[in-house]
Structure formats: structure tokens, C-alpha cells
Design a protein around this ligand. Sequence first.
Ligand SMILES: [Zn+2]
Length: 230
Amino acid sequence: MPVKELYSNFIDLVFPPVCSSCGQLLVQGEKYICTKCLLEMPKTNYHLHKDNPVAEALWGRAKIENATALYFFESGSKYQNLIHNIKYKGQKETAYGMGLLFGKEIMESDFKNIDLIIPVPLHRAKRRKRGFNQSEWIAKGLSESMGKPLETGLLYRQKSNPSQTRKNRYERWENVEDIFSIRNNEALSGKHILLVDDVLTTGSTIDACANVLLKQQDVKLSVAVLAYAL
Ligand SMILES: [Zn+2]
């Protein structure tokens, strides 16, 4: 048995892989999420409809070509665990796996026309604290299954996000408006960018990124988020 396989069997023994959604033990052939959860996943299929609630949530602010989410995020559902496990329990492989799945689905639609993939960046300090950027791992999966390049160095967050509680939508928008910047803008000109995030709630973070990206020459923008909060 190869060492790598031995090692992974050992890891599986000590930390048996469980479904990131329901917590049941995974069986052979399953990865990150069990077959049952995968089949029952409340998918939006919004990539098949140009006008959809995710696109509408971003309307009137930035010009977005196509926008979609893989599935509905409902508080209290077992799929809420998926985001929680990714974000706070460090399950970046799950983010990657979901990205792979997401990419496969949207390649069957207008999303196949994008040129490159950019995740919503975390502030350096937050990234250091969490150890990784969950949106970047979703984007890695998308990049792999869509066969499109991933760019993580061009868009960055210059300010950390102040606490957003007890602010109305407008104030929140004001708050995030100038926190993103671009490095090496020639690399973006003429490109159709797919911007990736984990959850869409108010849309203010996506908006703030979109405003910066769309200031670059001849840039087109589409948006893919893993989950759309109802
Ligand atoms: Zn499950």
C-alpha cells in the first residue's frame, strides 16, 4: 500500500470523514457531503434564468451580466451547517468540493463565457486569523471544474470590515464602499470576471467589489455565490 494511502487511511480512522451538512459518516465514494444531502440540496438553478432573485438583489447598483447561487440558505436547515463548517470549522476542502460541483452546473449556461475567477478577498488580518479565505476555496473548485484561471492577487481588501450589526442597508453599503482596491489593473482589462463569494445576504460586499472591478477598462462581471440567504 502506498504511503500516501496508508496515511489517509490512518487519518480516516482517527477522524472518520463525516458529511459537512448532516454529520453522518460518509461511505466509500462520498466526499465532503453525503449522497442524500447532495440529492436533497435546495438548489436554485438560477444559472438557467437571467432574471432571478440573486440578479435582482444586485440590480440598480452595478451592471452584472449573470448572477447565480448554487443553493438556498435557510437558517436552521442542515445546509446551514455546510457554510458554518466551511467558515468556522476550517473545512476548506468542503468549500473546494462545493466549488467543483457548482462549476460543473454553471458551465452548462452563459457562465461558460467568463475569462477568469476572482474570490471576494478577506482582509489580511482576518485571513491570518482564520487561516484561509473560504471564498477562495470555493473559487478554486470553480476554477478546476470550469477550466478557467483563478486570480487571487488582483483584488484586495484594504480595510477590515467594521461591525455591521445595527446598521441599515444604506449605511452598510456606505461602510463597505471603499474597502476594496485593485493591483495590476492591466491584467483585468477586457476580461469577463466571475466574482465568487460564500453567501449573499444584502449584496453590499459584492457591490463594493463590483464597483471597483467595473471601473477597469472593458471589464464585464458575473457573480456566483454558494448560497443565497432567504
Ligand atoms: Zn449528509
